[in-house]
Design a protein around this ligand. Structure first.
Ligand code: OOG
Ligand code: MG
Length: 263
């Protein structure tokens, strides 16, 4: 953990300013090549504190880079976790303005809502399913604060895993009623198919993503509380979006279609 408290606070301010002013910045590892993942999570935590101090609520947690499509797309090698502030949440059907975004991309996901606490280490898929109330279709809009959406793992952790906006569909299914890994999704932009995927792309089963989050939190003496919303990670590669476009994700398993319009 080579960074000082002051350096961590300065990086958090730098990255949050980049977000709030929609101005891309150089990677934090360009300035501090020796910083490690613990430093990066400390920067993420400092961004979280800045937002909470200004009155934001944390409405959920997310996992990222949980699919091979995403790891390959971004050139990084392991999953990461982040937080979802209320300012990122968009209601289903509400258009998303792109004015204050840098270079947004969208990806289809499954969102879990827990009904009981989940503790690691060694959290299992069975424990996750036992502790899950609902599984919803979701879309995440990611917007890296780094130039050209290019980063390494340390830099993207510090940047709260590119979190920008997210939409959780009102439709839901109860876990246990079907094989979540078999859920299929088709992502289309203005009616043209962009990607097709199966939820098994997310660590073999999206419930494994929640289990991994519980284990990651356990390493810091934390857990997933009951009532937590969790985005489990993009099922397909993410696609760039622009004002005027309409993106639809059509899910199997009775989860329906989730549409997001950009203005
Ligand atoms: C990092 C965030 C990845 C996901 O679902 O895989 C992510 C990025 O690709 O910018 O949210
Ligand atoms: Mg995502």
């Amino acid at each position: 953990m080579p960074l000082t408290h002051e350096q961590i606070e300065a990086l958090a301010e730098h990255l949050e300013e980049a977000q709030l002013t929609a101005t891309p910045v150089t990677k934090v590892t360009d300035t501090y090549p020796a910083m490690d993942h613990d430093d990066a999570y400390a920067v993420q935590d400092a961004i979280r504190r800045r937002k909470v101090d200004r009155g934001a609520r944390i409405v959920g947690l997310k996992m990222g880079l949980t699919s091979f499509a995403k790891m390959a797309q971004m050139g990084v090698e392991s999953p990461i976790r982040g937080f979802l502030p209320d300012e990122a949440q968009v209601a289903e059907g509400e258009p998303i303005p792109t004015t204050w975004l840098i270079h947004p991309k969208i990806e289809p996901e499954l969102a879990f809502v827990t009904s009981a606490p989940l503790h690691g280490p060694g959290c299992t898929i069975e424990q996750v399913l036992q502790a899950t109330a609902r599984v919803h279709p979701a879309m995440e809009i990611i917007d890296s604060r780094y130039e050209n959406f290019r980063f390494d793992l340390t830099s993207v952790i510090a940047d709260n895993t590119s979190t920008c906006r997210f939409v959780v569909g009102e439709a839901w299914i109860a876990p246990g009623t079907l094989d979540l890994a078999a859920v299929e999704v088709e992502l289309s932009v203005d009616g043209v198919l962009a990607h097709r995927g199966t939820a098994a792309a997310v660590l073999g089963d999206p419930a494994a993503s929640v289990a991994m989050l519980a284990d990651m939190l356990a390493a810091r003496g934390e857990h997933i509380p009951a009532g937590t919303l969790i985005l489990t990670g993009g099922i397909t590669a993410a696609v760039p979006v622009a004002a005027g476009q309409v993106v639809a994700a059509r899910y199997s398993a009775g989860l329906g279609e989730l549409t997001v319009a950009f203005s």
